[in-house]
Design a protein. Structure first.
Length: 138
């Protein structure tokens, strides 16, 4: 199951979904809450348990057996939330693709690396509007 990064959606995995892998494996994507075609709940996105439940629900609804969770960028966090809440017995593996695996400003800086930091130091400002403007001007 492919899980996208922040400010993305399941469509970022189209190349993988429509590749030769599809002839040998069941390939599944999902939109994280508030992204793509998923619902945009009014009562927030910050609780780790909710992200874990979203991943778990997709696994259960699609009856995925021992699937490999592939997480790009921000998706590392919901995957780790899932493992913290549900354990690893229902999954066959994890593959992180440039994934963030730690939260907190300093920890995230380590995961993101110098190419991202060169993108814009403003992107990591403590001021929300400075971050928004950095993203827009990108």
């Amino acid at each position: 199951m492919f899980i996208h990064g922040g400010s993305q959606c399941r469509l970022c995995w189209n190349k993988q979904i429509h590749s030769e892998l599809a002839s040998d494996f069941r390939l599944v994507t999902m939109d994280l809450r508030g992204h793509g075609l998923s619902e945009k709940p009014k009562d927030g996105y910050g609780e780790a348990r909710l992200w874990a439940e979203d991943v778990h629900t997709v696994i259960q609804e699609l009856k995925l057996i021992q699937s490999v969770l592939v997480g790009w960028s921000f998706a590392g966090i919901p995957i780790l939330d899932y493992i913290r809440v549900y354990g690893e017995k229902e999954i066959g593996g994890i593959h992180f693709v440039g994934a963030i695996t730690r939260l907190g400003r300093e920890a995230s800086m380590v995961d993101l690396g110098s190419p991202t930091l060169q993108f814009s130091t403003s992107f990591f400002s403590d001021e929300p509007m400075v971050r928004v403007n950095a993203l827009i001007s990108g």
